[in-house]
Design a protein around this ligand. Structure first.
Ligand SMILES: NC(=O)c1ccc[n+]([C@@H]2O[C@H](COP(=O)([O-])OP(=O)(O)OC[C@H]3O[C@@H](n4cnc5c(N)ncnc54)[C@H](O)[C@@H]3O)[C@@H](O)[C@H]2O)c1
Ligand SMILES: O=C(O)C(=O)C[C@]1(C(=O)O)C=C[C@@H](O)C=C1
Length: 307
């Protein structure tokens, strides 16, 4: 057990990420008292029942009063309203952070509500599952995963370093990034892949009458992964695409160009083009594993051994 990094932490929104943070903070003794608030009474009741948070409050203002760290863990589209609601109740010297999947829009919509004397350090843990709600969290979610902090240029270093310490204590590796770069990188690695998964599952569903239930019965690993991802929370993902519009449209444009090129290769029977393309992408995957950037990968040992 380490000494607490923050005496009082307030979690606003009690879903997958907030509940995982609570269990991870408790695991390592990183916070004194943790208060929590969620909009629905049902979620607050569930939180009380499962011991999520030391104190579940019936208003956001009560939860943040006297907190040294306030974590906004609601869908990106709800961040601004929550920030406006808590702003008058924040303690001078406190830090407000968020865990939203998009950063520029959170900075633009939350930033103006943060009072003078309160620090705002946006963040994003690159870890999640397709599950949501207060019962979906677990202490190990952030272990060995990245969290990106996106501090504003004029933020003092101390609150950033302290928040970094919290994430490291919860098991994460931490890096800093500027918001535009964050949003572009995530459009490639997370947002567009989710859209592709949603689309592929939609296509399979359209064909349901033709394929009967075979799509599910004979589901190969690739499609099963798509269905898992496509089960993710609709509110969260609606907000991601509405708020990271430019970057996802840019990546989708490039994606469809590549897709059309492959479609043409299939139609014209250009096996060389298909083979070269797949050889190239296989090399990218192997490069990631050889660089030790995905040690969780099941094929880590095999690729390392050169098979
Ligand atoms: N799920 C993931 O994989 C993942 C990963 C990293 C970051 N994120 C981001 O973390 C944030 C939370 O995601 P999650 O997966 O924990 O979601 P979740 O759906 O599990 O939980 C969201 C919580 O916010 C509450 N809420 C919604 N609107 C609210 C409002 N206006 N006021 C107060 N509470 C409100 C909900 O009731 C719920 O308790 C999102 O911004 C998301 O983009 C999610
Ligand atoms: O593992 C999953 O289920 C996720 O989708 C997690 C995931 C991702 O795309 O990697 C989803 C959204 C986030 O903002 C961060 C992580």
């Amino acid at each position: 057990m380490t000494a607490p990094i923050y005496d009082r932490v307030a979690l606003i929104g009690l879903g997958l990420i907030a509940s995982s943070m609570f269990w991870a903070m408790k695991r390592a003794g990183l916070a004194g008292e943790v208060t929590g608030y969620a909009r629905s009474a049902e979620t607050r009741d569930t939180a009380r029942r499962i011991g999520l948070c030391d104190r579940v409050c019936d208003s956001a203002s009560e939860a943040v009063a006297d907190a040294d760290l306030v974590v906004l863990a609601v869908p990106v589209g709800a961040m601004a309203a929550v920030a406006a609601e808590i702003a008058p109740h924040l303690k001078p010297g406190a830090t407000v952070t968020d865990v939203g999947s998009v950063k520029q829009s959170v900075i633009d919509s939350v930033g103006p509500h943060i009072p003078e004397g309160v620090f705002f350090v946006p963040g994003h843990p690159l870890a999640g599952t397709e599950h949501s709600g207060p019962e979906s969290g677990f202490a190990e979610l952030f272990d060995n995963r990245w969290t990106l902090l996106v501090p504003l240029p004029d933020t003092a270093p101390e609150p950033v370093a302290r928040l970094r310490g919290l994430w490291e204590g919860m098991g994460a590796h931490v890096d800093e990034m500027d918001p535009a770069h964050h949003d572009l990188v995530l459009a490639v690695t997370s947002h567009t892949p989710h859209l592709i998964a949603y689309t592929m599952v939609g296509v399979a569903d359209d064909l349901r009458r033709v394929t009967d239930s075979e799509v599910i019965k004979y589901s190969a690993a690739g499609f099963r992964d798509f269905t898992r991802i496509a089960a993710s929370d609709p509110t969260m993902w609606r907000d991601v695409f509405l708020t990271n519009k430019a970057a996802t449209l840019e990546i989708l444009g490039r994606f469809t160009e590549e897709l059309f090129a492959l479609q043409r290769a299939i139609r014209t029977g250009d096996g060389d083009q298909l083979f070269d393309y797949f050889t190239h992408t296989r090399a990218i995957r192997r490069g990631i594993i050889e660089a030790g950037q995905d040690t969780d990968a099941p094929d880590f040992g095999r690729v390392k051994a050169g098979s």
